[in-house]
Design a protein around this ligand. Structure first.
Ligand code: ARG
Length: 458
């Protein structure tokens, strides 16, 4: 029998029943659904709507339902539409008529809004911990590579020397912002919505403040229409997940590029690569590629829920049932990506010899040569012009900057002197960038210390 049997004379069309059911995906909310029902039972008792002994019967009954769900004996019935109805019906079977009192003054509209917030709270804590583990893995590799020069790129062209730790720490700070975004989202969703009932607020004298305390919420929703219509917490989560996916796709793309023969900066361990079914020599960075690829569904899930919510009149509409699958898919995607990263990062073999060599090639210290002239008093724009000429000369003569003699250099500017040699080395270029946030090893060490503090903070 349906929840709304009283008003209906015809039973549901089987296709319509299959179409409207959500049990297949909302069943994962059962721990939160039961937690919410236990708290609601106690609130009903405090309001005098169930007696102390009825309360105890209901709570014991819910415990029994929970036990069935935990040990896999719960009889899921898709014809009962969703997890809420499945749990409630099972409770009634176990405790009898008193089970019918549980839904007093409550609606599935505030019930689902509550369940999603409880689930969100749990997921946010897990994702933030997983992100922290990725940060810790990056920090560990950064600590080894503070003195390892490599080329830095803009436009994917070699630009200036940096150290590998600087590149790795960039991702640590990105992930720090991600971790904060998930935290912010959790903070804003930390509001009790139960008691909003269907849309207008429950008609019974429920102490919502006590209920909020019981369920661990910091605040009580001040508007019942907003409470049951609001999916912002989910959207913020999906948005933070999309941004995280974007960051991780960039990390994965860097590593994939570095693993090419053309770069040869890194080798993936066999444990995080796969072979080819036809080309015996191949070693493919599949794990990194899939991390890069999964950003697509993280974006798609955000778009799906934003689009579903757009233009919905207040308050609850069945459209909102469509929020769950994209939301859960983003949760599952993050749960799949994040744990694979720390061991993969730990197992990377950096080809520091090749990085170091590449760091000094392709006129990487041309900016330093211009800076040298600036230190001798030449305005930067003129210095840039002079060094441009030097580079053009080197290209036609097939020489490197370091390969030029002082007499050759002085043809471009009389300001060049003996000390120019020291300005042109990769080490000097790195050392010069000791500004806060720069790539000089002293500065990177300071950033590394900051990264460690942030990661330790949890
Ligand atoms: N399965 C529904 C959802 O996910 C629960 C709320 C249903 N409310 C209703 N009036 N049909 O949104």
């Amino acid at each position: 029998m349906k929840l709304w049997g009283g008003r209906f004379s015809q039973s549901a069309d089987p296709a319509a029943e299959r179409f409207t059911g959500s049990l297949a995906f909302d069943r994962r909310l059962w721990p939160h659904d039961i937690a919410g029902s236990v708290a609601w039972t106690k609130a009903l008792a405090r309001a005098g709507l169930v007696s102390a002994s009825e309360r105890d019967t209901l709570v014991k009954g819910l415990d029994a339902v929970r036990a069935e769900l935990e040990n896999g004996t719960f009889p899921f019935r898709p014809e009962l539409e969703d997890i809420h109805t499945n749990v409630e019906r099972r409770l009634q079977e176990l405790v009898g008529d008193v089970g019918g009192k549980l839904h007093t003054g409550r609606s599935r509209n505030d019930q689902i809004a509550l369940d999603e917030r409880l689930y969100l709270r749990e997921v946010i804590a897990r994702v933030r911990e997983s992100l922290r583990a990725v940060q810790a893995a990056l920090v560990a590799r950064a600590a080894e590579t503070v003195e390892t020069p490599m080329p830095g790129y803009t436009h994917l062209q070699r630009a200036q020397p940096i150290v590998l730790a600087h590149h790795l720490l960039a991702y640590v700070f990105m992930l720090q912002r991600d971790r904060e975004r998930f935290g912010d989202c959790g903070g804003r969703a930390d509001t009790l919505v139960l008691g909003a009932a269907a849309l207008a607020g429950t008609a019974f004298p429920i102490d919502r403040e006590a209920l909020a305390k019981d369920l661990g919420f910091a605040a009580v929703s001040p508007n019942s229409l907003d409470a049951v219509s609001d999916r912002d917490g989910l959207l913020e989560f999906l948005s933070a997940a999309a941004i995280t996916g974007m960051h991780l796709s960039r990390l994965a793309a860097d590593l994939t590029l570095w693993a090419t023969a053309e770069f040869g900066f890194v080798e993936f361990s066999d444990a995080f690569a796969t072979g080819s079914s036809i080309m015996p020599q191949k070693k493919n960075p599949d794990v990194a590629e899939l991390i890069r690829g999964k950003s697509g569904r993280l974006y798609g899930n955000l778009m799906a829920v934003l689009t579903t919510m757009k233009g919905l009149p207040l308050a609850y509409n069945s459209d909102m049932q469509e929020d769950k699958e994209p939301f859960f898919d983003s949760v599952d995607t993050l749960d799949a990506i994040l744990p694979v990263l720390p061991p993969m990062l730990a197992s990377l073999v950096f080809r520091t010899d090749r990085m170091r060599r590449a760091a000094g090639e392709n006129f990487a210290t041309a900016t330093d040569l211009a800076d040298y002239l600036v230190r001798k008093g030449l305005p930067f724009r003129q210095a840039h012009e002079v060094v441009g000429g030097v580079v053009r000369f080197c290209e036609t003569e097939r020489k490197s900057l370091e390969g030029l003699g002082l007499t050759e250099l002085r043809r471009f500017s009389p300001l060049f002197a003996d000390d120019v040699k020291d300005a042109l080395t990769v080490d000097a270029s790195l050392r010069a960038r000791a500004v806060t946030g720069g790539t000089a090893p002293v500065a990177v060490r300071r950033s590394l210390a900051l990264a460690r503090t942030l990661v330790a903070r949890g």
